[in-house]
Design a protein around this ligand. Structure first.
Ligand code: AVI
Length: 323
């Protein structure tokens, strides 16, 4: 077993040994999972991607004005999407674009696609786990180093716990704050909004069954990569809204009392017992602004779409913040 699979194995064993069984949501995204996630974004129930793009498209000229000219755009995620192209087109003379992504193949494919659209822009893909620190020198562009804009669309921040989200925003603050001759930069981030529970549950349990397949794929992956024996058809997908935490939770619910073997370990499931596989936190505009403030960032401006489904925020370092 290689090191990557050893980590996967120990995370699965640890997660299934918890009182409330749980698995880290990053494991939903193997090749099949990433393809299924792309398909989720196309379903009529999953409004998130469309609403995110609608906010951007409606307000990009104003966003670009606030962001300013000649920025170095840094995106967490491979940035193959239409949102990246729209942003880069709207900005005034961006100097470079750095997509940061752990998967080398996704990174190269998207960088290549973007080069076709922006032949004159310096595109500098960086293979890195963006939940870990990135040395500032790795990101430097030019002399003096260029002002930075971090772009984090899609509400991926929703999949972090509040503590993780606050730490992540602090790390972004360190990345964009002035250093040497480089002036303070900014963050443009998409955040999904709290809304009627039925809309949320439908978005995470779409009528086409794509999210179901996405969630169940995790059990197929564990069977395949860790030589486990999950009877996948004896589990069902469930999306629940947790009102206390303002989040959608995805679960895989056992349909009967059963046992699963993974590499010499045995896990018992009661009928109706679940594995918690993902959280997607929803925020109000004020709630997100408060979270950002705790991390030393201040919201300069927030935008929401006409249906109040999704928000996009432009933030800068809070000068009054003491580390
Ligand atoms: C990637 N992330 C923002 C998605 C979300 O909405 O939380 C992941 C997802 N899970 C199921 N559907 C979409």
């Amino acid at each position: 077993m290689n090191t990557k699979n050893e980590q996967f194995m120990s995370d699965v064993i640890a997660g299934l040994s918890l009182g409330q069984k749980a698995l880290p949501c990053k494991y939903l995204y193997d090749e099949d999972g990433s393809r299924l996630f792309e398909a989720i974004c196309e379903t009529s129930d999953y409004y998130v991607t469309r609403a995110d793009l609608a906010v951007l498209d409606q307000h990009l000229p104003e966003m670009a004005k606030l962001i300013g000219e000649q920025v170095h755009v840094i995106e967490f995620g491979s940035g193959a999407g239409v949102k990246t192209r729209h942003l880069l087109r709207a900005l005034n003379a961006p100097v470079a674009y750095t997509p940061i992504e752990i998967s080398a193949s996704a990174l190269e494919a998207s960088a290549e696609a973007l080069r076709g659209h922006f032949p004159k822009l310096a595109i500098r893909p960086l293979q890195w786990d963006y939940t870990q620190d990135i040395p500032s020198s790795v990101l430097s562009v030019g002399e003096p180093d260029q002002r930075r804009l971090v772009f984090f669309p899609g509400s991926t921040i929703s999949n972090f716990t509040h503590t993780e989200a606050a730490e992540f925003l602090s790390r972004i603050r360190n990345m964009i704050k002035a250093q040497g001759d480089r002036p303070d930069g900014g963050l443009l981030i998409g955040v999904d909004l709290i809304k009627a529970h039925d809309i949320l549950v439908a978005a995470y349990d779409d009528s086409e069954g794509v999210t179901r397949d996405f969630n169940l794929n995790l059990l197929h992956r564990i069977n395949r990569e860790l030589d486990a024996n999950f009877a996948v058809d004896q589990f069902r997908h469930e999306a629940r809204y947790n009102t206390d935490h303002n989040r959608i939770e995805m679960h895989l619910v056992s349909q009967q009392e059963q046992q699963v073997r993974i590499n010499g370990h045995r896990f018992e499931f009661k009928d109706g017992e679940s594995i918690h596989t993902e959280n997607s936190h929803k925020y109000s505009v004020e709630g997100f602004s408060k979270l950002a403030k705790e991390s030393g960032l201040k919201v300069v401006k927030s935008w929401v779409d006409d249906q109040q489904l999704f928000s996009t925020h432009y933030l800068e370092c809070d000068p009054g913040f003491v580390d």
